[in-house]
Design a protein around this ligand. Sequence first.
Ligand SMILES: [Zn+2]
Length: 259
Amino acid sequence: MTDINKVIATMATSKHIVILTGAGISAESGIPTFRGNDGYWKKGSKNYHPMELATLSTFHQQPELVWEWYHYRRGVCKDASPNPGHYASAKLEKLINSAVGKKFHLITQNVDGLHLRAGSTLEKTYQIHGNTNYMRCVNSCTNSLYNIPDDEQLPHCPECEALARPHVLWFDEVYDETFFKIQTVSHLASGLDILFVVGTTLQTTLPYRVVMTALNRKVPVVEINPEPTGIGERGLALFKEKSGEILPKIVDEYEKVIK
Ligand SMILES: [Zn+2]
């Protein structure tokens, strides 16, 4: 049996299919990864690393600088397009939604919104690190998310006039349920039947915990990553390929067996 056949056979009997995606799938759309050298941001003579800028403490000290970087990043994301990996994930959601007794969820570490633009729904998608297309009150006077006004360099909370901040999880912050669904996602990990781990290096705690929970439960884990983390070898299969190449093949094969 080939690896693809093994995966399809497992999917066919799975009731709850979950995909976890990281920076690798966005890199295939040309979005620089935070941890790579292309993640640096040049401003004047200075080269900023994301780890310096993506923190609440830098935001408190230099909100203009942090916002300028996020406006720039939002522009990069706007100019990028979803790739076949994003579309395959959205197609899988649709296929499973119309199948009786099956469930699908997507957990993404990416803040670029490309999954939603490819057709994944907010209802089934957990953006566990936020989404740079939205802002919220820095004082959390409300939990509402707002679109970022195009004409304001330093946007404010529409409710209380305090500063607004990008709706993302920063390096000096912790996951919560309100914005990042830590409990919901942890709960998913203990109920899913097959987990696809796509383009993530698992360097943040929640994605790591999701994968470890699945492996400890002996649930089939499929890794798709040109630079594997090693978890694929402990799981059902490893595809050392771009998600844009292998995910569409898997979803097309799966479509044949569930129709
Ligand atoms: Zn406010």
